[in-house]
Design a protein around this ligand. Structure first.
Ligand SMILES: NC(=O)c1ccc[n+]([C@@H]2O[C@H](COP(=O)([O-])OP(=O)(O)OC[C@H]3O[C@@H](n4cnc5c(N)ncnc54)[C@H](O)[C@@H]3O)[C@@H](O)[C@H]2O)c1
Length: 356
């Protein structure tokens, strides 16, 4: 199989990540980089081209595919330029700043007849794939609740991510991943209603906290929460927390961290009508929230998954050669953008918003 010749626009954080991953990936030959800031090209790996401009990169016949790894507000312009140059395009997330912007990009891409997909490699995150396996295998019975959360403890937002005009804010940055995972986990399931709290806790221009509730038509309420300003000291030597909590009528699954640890918890029999046992707590006596009868709680290991971000590019290579579909389809990314817009609207008006 011929190598796919790829060049990348933008040699910042993600450009470096892609360089690291693609330099030695079988099936891909990395050709070079352009960046609007020439200083960013200083440490491009030896043997790769450093283009003087995006135009020079796009005019290079050696380049078949362009990865757009520039700031979010540049995606529309750069995707359209790459399409007009006849290059296939792999765009970073979020694909666009709005549904309207994306529709315009799709019109151009289709008119130019080039391939177009998005770098949603977090569909291969091990924590997400573990919880997807729990869901796919119906390990928890009738699921009624899925919660996914990411919390940062150092109060840090950085660089252009704090400017609205650049496409900053955590909804664009991480919300797009978390919502994409949630929707992709449940194919064919509609989101009936969206209720969201989206806040600028300490940042003047952009959101740094959100909680989004999705009422799905399979009877699940999905919750997506992220905050960058939930401070702790370094007591537990960890500057973020990542959690999934999924509960059904036959158990609860806990997944913690990107390299997931966790378990499934069940009861040996349903405790729907047991005689009340009084337990004393600091807040007074309780029966509902005391310990269950001894021996009723059991735990099971989570399913094992074997997945990594390289798998995203393995699919990309096969799909580019026409052997399978691209995993990430543009209408899926449009739906995520529409959901983000519905979340912002819900937060603005303080009411739930009908979605599908
Ligand atoms: N998929 C992921 O997990 C993931 C992770 C991080 C960032 N990203 C995405 O990657 C993109 C870049 O983010 P980043 O964190 O690397 O930002 P960054 O600021 O670290 O790097 C962006 C680079 O693009 C360059 N640039 C900006 N406008 C340009 C233009 N018009 N032409 C050429 N170069 C230009 C900048 O000079 C900079 O070097 C964003 O869309 C972001 O959302 C994706």
């Amino acid at each position: 199989m011929d190598e796919i010749r790829i060049a990348i626009i933008g040699h910042g954080f993600m450009g470096h990540e892609d360089e690291h991953m693609l330099l030695h990936m079988p099936g891909i030959r990395l050709v070079g980089f352009s960046d609007i800031d020439p200083h960013q090209l200083k440490d491009v790996a030896p043997g790769l081209k450093r283009y003087a401009s995006n135009e020079e990169l796009l005019a290079d016949p050696e380049v078949q595919v362009v990865i757009i790894a520039a700031n979010n507000n540049q995606h529309h312009k750069l995707v359209c330029q790459a399409a007009h140059a006849g290059k296939d395009i792999l765009c970073e997330k979020p694909i666009a700043m709005s549904v309207t912007e994306l529709d315009d990009m799709v019109r151009v891409v289709e008119a130019c007849g080039v391939k177009f997909t998005v770098h949603h490699q977090r569909r291969f995150d091990p924590d997400f794939r573990t919880i997807k396996e729990v869901y796919d295998q119906h390990l928890l019975g009738d699921v009624y609740k899925i919660k996914t959360g990411l919390y940062g403890f150092n109060g840090n937002m950085h660089d252009w991510h704090i400017y609205r005009s650049e496409g900053g804010g955590m909804l664009y940055d991480w919300g797009v991943h978390l919502l994409d995972q949630m929707l992709w986990m449940m194919p064919g399931v509609k989101v009936k209603q969206v209720f969201a709290d989206v806040r600028n806790v300490i940042n003047a221009e952009v959101d740094d906290y959100f909680k989004i509730l999705l009422r799905m038509d399979n009877n699940i309420t999905a919750e997506v929460e992220l905050g960058t300003y939930l401070l702790t000291d370094k007591a537990h030597d960890k500057w973020f927390e990542r959690h999934w909590l999924v509960s059904g009528n036959k158990g609860t699954a806990y997944v913690d961290g990107f390299e997931p640890e966790g378990k499934i918890v069940r009861t040996t029999h349903l405790l729907t009508n047991v005689s009340g046992r009084r337990t004393m707590t600091a807040a007074g006596p309780t029966r509902s929230f005391g310990p269950p009868p001894p021996g009723t709680i059991i735990t099971e290991p989570l399913p094992q998954v074997h997945t990594c971000h390289e798998d995203y590019f393995r699919n990309y290579i096969r799909a580019w050669h026409g052997e399978e579909d691209f995993l990430v389809k543009i209408p899926e990314t449009r739906r995520v953008l529409a959901l983000m817009e519905a979340a912002r609207e819900s937060a603005r008006c303080g009411k739930s918003v009908d979605f599908e």
